[in-house]
Design a protein around this ligand. Structure first.
Ligand SMILES: *Cc1c(COP(=O)(O)O)cnc(C)c1O
Length: 410
């Protein structure tokens, strides 16, 4: 078995020697000639039934070789038999929910989740009843018609960790879906811990360059086939050009994550010592829920953090307005550093009570650290924090005490 980095460079390229190419061919065909009707009919049946490939792709909603190469590469990185790609992370989650419906109508969900995932589940749009529970309540709340357990770790935007092994044990024979977008297969491989479905918004780290919207579900072949059937039926396809770009980003995935993580460790530490900041959520600082899983479940603390401006919403808005190197934008996992305001943007679709209960306060900013030089990132953040402090002084006593002790070198 090849190791991770070698796999990242070579996976999904197995047919290159036969094709005599060195870069993945980009196949934009919408339809494929069927000169042998017998082969065509058998291929059609196989693909609609969820087969990974067939002698003839027939029609691009059923199969595309460029997409299949990217899928094979991602499956190899997650250590699963299969990967099914969709037009977005939300389309990928929708496909899993639709595929599970035939097995039961109840889903157990652990918060916090990506805002739109929370909204999709809470709204019941896919015809499933979602019950939101703490990870510790899963065994007790499981019902005969429970068809799926959904967790996200690290969670968005609080960076809380969920113990995948414990959830899998509590779920019994109910499949567990882990949204592993924040971790990437570089830091965490949930299938090895018993997760049935590993979901990524490939828009984030897997694509990595801010130019692809995509989603993937990694799982065994038995669970992948119904997901392909849903994709063929609903048309939530990944375009081959997007798959090409996704595949192209994979060889540098680990390099990007490791560099961004090294930057994130430095920024988290400095933010935690800054007087304008009242709280930093970063698994590497040991304060998020289940931080002890860094080093076991997750081999590093990752590249995302959230921090709270002591002076609240106005100060957070001032930081977003003042950054020069970082991009004030939603999304994450790109080569460049992005900063955004969860309560005002990504988590607007989550109801107020849930936002408050999950620590998504008005002063909270989420930072997705990129691969720039960390000193330029800190200079940028420091000047933005100074501007925010000047415009919105935090006049509470705790803030003053903290400022004085930091000034005194404590
Ligand atoms: C972005 C994101 C999603 C949704 O993915 P899209 O590609 O935007 O549809 C789901 N989960 C997490 C953790 C995300 O960050």
């Amino acid at each position: 078995m090849l190791r991770f980095q070698t796999t990242a460079v070579h996976a999904g390229r197995e047919d290159f020697a036969t094709l005599c190419v060195h870069a993945p061919p980009l196949d934009l065909s919408t339809t494929y000639p069927v000169s042998d009707l017998g082969v065509g009919t058998a291929s059609f049946d196989a693909l609609v039934g969820g087969a990974a490939d067939a002698a003839n792709p027939i029609y691009a909603r059923l199969h595309n070789p460029t997409v299949a190469r990217a899928e094979n590469a991602i499956a190899a990185l997650e250590g699963t038999q299969a990967c099914v790609a969709y037009g977005s992370g939300m389309a990928a989650l929708t496909a899993v929910l639709l595929a599970r419906r035939q097995h039961g109508g109840h889903v157990l969900v652990v918060r916090p989740l990506y805002g739109t995932a929370d909204h999709l589940l809470a709204s019941g749009l896919c015809g499933l009843e979602a019950e939101f529970v703490d990870a510790g309540q899963i065994a007790a709340r499981r019902r005969a018609d429970t068809t799926l357990v959904v967790i996200e770790t690290p969670a968005n935007p609080t960076l809380d960790l969920v113990d995948i092994r414990a959830v899998v044990a509590a779920a019994g024979d109910v499949p567990v879906l882990v949204d592993s977008t924040f971790a990437t297969p570089v830091l965490q491989q949930p299938a090895a811990l018993g997760a049935t479905y590993v979901l990524h918004s490939a828009t984030k780290f897997l694509g990595g360059h801010g130019d692809v919207i995509a989603g993937v579900v990694c799982c065994d072949e038995a669970h992948a086939a119904p997901l392909r059937t849903v994709r063929a039926a609903t048309g939530a396809l990944l375009h081959p050009l997007a798959a090409y770009l996704l595949h192209r980003g994979l060889p540098t995935l680990a390099l990007r994550v490791e560099r961004a993580q090294a930057n994130a460790r430095v920024l988290a530490q400095r933010l935690a010592e800054h007087p304008a900041v009242s709280r930093v959520d970063y698994p590497g600082l040991g304060k998020v829920r289940n931080a002890h899983l860094v080093g076991t479940q997750m081999c590093g603390p990752g590249t995302l953090m959230s921090f709270e401006m002591r002076a609240g919403h106005a100060a957070a808005a001032a930081v977003m307005a003042a950054v020069q190197v970082m991009t004030p934008a939603v999304s994450l996992g790109s080569v460049d550093t992005l900063i955004q305001h969860p309560a005002g943007l990504t988590h607007r679709v989550v109801d107020d009570a849930t936002r408050a209960a999950t620590g998504i306060t008005p002063g909270l900013l989420r930072l997705s650290v990129g691969i720039e030089d960390v000193e330029d990132l800190w200079d940028d953040l420091a000047q933005a924090l100074a501007r925010a402090e000047a415009r919105c002084p935090a006049d509470d006593a705790a803030g003053r005490r903290r400022t004085l002790s930091v000034a005194a070198g404590a």
